[in-house]
Ligand binder design. Structure first.
Ligand code: 5GP
Length: 189
């Protein structure tokens, strides 16, 4: 098998990763989302254990020290990490586990799990990314500025990933992701 059971999905904040992942999960029962821990404050509508496990900074540090995180990174002033238990749960059920994470974490996963399939989601243009980030109305102006700065670095690293998918039209992007996943499954077994 060319790829293992891990799928890493990375792309700049605002590119629509969350929507893509939710649609994929709705359509494919064989996929499982790894729920991360974060020190970020919950946004309106976010549910503990579904979108994230929300923890304090000291709680996060304890998890790092105890070696409970497969990867972690600081992003726009907050910490985010993938707990091993989130990976084990999906893998134990024989599913493909999706990690929706930023670049630094994706690099750590590449080093630890070289067989992980790594996908990068690109915006159709820089202007559109900025428009989407502001349009969500979820972040302060300074948080948006930090996210845009990081977006630039992340887009420059898109070539490190196995596949790049442009999220212009949601349905088209979904079809591309599905064809990549099918292709991997068919050719990998
Ligand atoms: P947000 O605050 O918008 O939910 O997430 C900010 C960024 O952190 C996004 O790029 C998201 O993919 C990333 N992220 C979410 N969970 C994790 C994680 O467990 N590890 C890492 N490295 N990044 C994560």
């Amino acid at each position: 098998m060319k790829f293992g059971k891990l799928i890493v999905l990375t792309g700049p904040s605002g590119v629509g990763k969350g929507t893509l992942v939710r649609s994929l999960l709705n359509r494919h029962r064989e996929l499982h989302l790894s729920v991360s821990v974060t020190t970020r404050e919950p946004r309106e509508g976010e549910v503990e254990g579904k979108h994230y496990y929300f923890v304090s900074r000291s709680g996060f540090e304890q998890m790092v020290e105890a070696g409970e995180l497969a990867e972690w990174a600081e992003f726009a002033g907050n910490f985010y990490g993938t707990p091993y238990f989130a990976l084990k749960q999906g893998i134990g059920e024989g599913k493909w586990v999706i990690l929706e994470i930023e670049l630094e974490g994706a690099r750590q996963i590449r080093d630890k799990f070289p067989k992980a399939l790594r996908l990068f989601i690109l915006p159709p243009s820089w202007e559109e990314l900025e428009r989407r980030l502001r349009g969500r109305g979820q972040d302060s102006e300074s948080a948006i500025a930090r996210r845009l700065l990081r977006a630039q670095e992340e887009i420059e690293a898109a070539g490190e990933f196995d596949f790049q998918v442009v999220n212009d039209d949601l349905e088209v992007a979904l079809k591309k992701l599905e064809s990549i996943l099918n292709l991997v499954e068919v050719s990998g077994n």
